[in-house]
Design a protein around this ligand. Structure first.
Ligand code: MN
Length: 154
């Protein structure tokens, strides 16, 4: 996957964010949610897939309970190194504001295609099976739904 859009939006002489490059993934995939204080506070979900962090902005935050559906707006892929980034992006730069790690851990993919990702999160705050489902084409193609599945009965 490409980081072209990520690089085009940023001036790395001004922002402390990592320039980074796409890299090969290891066995455990990185999961991170960053809290991003901009004009509209939001959370950024990032999942390591194909050597980059696929990214979604969560305007209303992550769903903590099963079946609470939250909008997830797909944003540009970020480099793997971004998973560790915390800091303040300077005024006038893309995404200006404070970034802090809200939750982190790993995830495992259960099912994936171009319209959905079903995965198990092993984070400090989020744990369990989650779904990202792309909304129907009539809406913005960047719009997905993010929700937690009910715990499997054993
Ligand atoms: Mn953001």
């Amino acid at each position: 996957m490409s980081l072209k859009e990520y690089h085009a939006k940023r001036d790395f002489t001004k922002t402390g964010e990592p320039a980074g490059s796409a890299s090969l993934s290891s066995n455990s995939r990185i999961y991170v949610i960053q809290k991003h204080r901009v004009t509209h506070l939001h959370y950024d979900l990032r999942l390591e897939m194909d050597g980059v962090l696929r990214s979604w902005a969560l305007p209303k935050g992550p769903p903590l309970e099963a079946n609470l559906k939250r909008l997830a707006v797909q944003t540009e892929n970020h480099p793997i190194a971004y998973a560790g980034f915390e800091g303040t992006i300077p005024e006038g730069e893309y995404g200006a504001g404070k970034v802090e790690i809200w939750d982190k851990g790993t995830f495992k993919i259960l099912e994936v295609d171009e319209n959905k990702i079903i995965f198990t999160i092993d984070g400090e705050k989020l744990k369990g099976d989650y779904c990202l489902i792309k909304l129907k084409p009539k809406t913005d193609p960047k719009n997905w739904l993010f929700f937690k599945k009910k715990a499997r009965k054993s």
